[in-house]
Design a protein around this ligand. Sequence first.
Ligand SMILES: Cc1cc2nc3c(=O)[nH]c(=O)nc-3n(C[C@H](O)[C@H](O)[C@H](O)COP(=O)(O)OP(=O)(O)OC[C@H]3O[C@@H](n4cnc5c(N)ncnc54)[C@H](O)[C@@H]3O)c2cc1C
Length: 261
Amino acid sequence: MNGEVPGFRGQLLLPADEGYPEARRIWNGAIDRHPALIARCADEEDAAAALKYALTRKLPLSVRGGGHNVSGSALAEGGVVIDFSALRGVAVDPDGMSVRVQPGALWGDVDSASQRQGLAVPAGIVTHTGVAGLTVGGGFGWLSRRWGLTSDNLLSVRMLLADGSRVRASEDENPDLFWAVQGGGGNFGIVTEFRFRLHRLGTHVLAGPILFRAEQAREAIAFYRDFIREAPDELSVYLNLRTAPPSTGSRSTFAAPTCCW
Ligand SMILES: Cc1cc2nc3c(=O)[nH]c(=O)nc-3n(C[C@H](O)[C@H](O)[C@H](O)COP(=O)(O)OP(=O)(O)OC[C@H]3O[C@@H](n4cnc5c(N)ncnc54)[C@H](O)[C@@H]3O)c2cc1C
């Protein structure tokens, strides 16, 4: 493979290239895969060119959004990676209460753009997860009790299909495909743009951890079970059993529910 992808204008990274070791690094540091080519796209045309290149040569193909998937599915061993990490644009439309998001954006990119207007999309629990993988997998987070899964708030997508065609999908256009992409993972095509419904969250939330000692776990869990059943949808509480952070001065195991309003 010589790394020449006809029509490609972004950055092509081969194993011997400077920047390749960083480009194949993802959130899960235990994943050690060596793609034959990382195609860092500058636009949708590049993604189409890289897709065609991989299909023509019958190479394994993967798509990288935020690179957060624990299984390392963003990196095809010996194959072509369509890398969207350079495409992180977010365009908020406060009048239309919607936001358009490029496929390499992280949730922090969406949150910081939408929060300027006091708006939000229900996403996950941390800012560094990719919009793409989380959305096509459903997506559950702090605002989901109130406003549903991330995929419930998807209004439309632009997609590249395996035959090279480009389509839109929404409730009104290719509704079967739209249904499939709302939780079906990356199996139905490559999303090149997401459009989400925005909600009026405001700019202030009350959030933080409530820590209990390990000996209190039974009582805390029983309380949580009863409390969360009646709690308003604006309140999210996750229960964790984990080693306490060092700031508590102890390494014993705690039951640590984290809450947010
Ligand atoms: C620390 C951490 C916290 C997390 N918290 C949450 C949480 O609160 N809620 C939650 O729901 N999930 C959470 N997750 C899981 C996360 O949503 C998934 O791992 C998701 O796949 C990450 O998306 P990504 O774009 O970063 O992943 P990537 O690794 O880049 O991609 C994963 C897969 O998504 C698909 N994909 C990516 N981009 C596209 C695209 N443009 N078109 C089509 N398919 C694509 C591909 O199949 C790809 O292999 C968390 C993960 C981590 C590591």
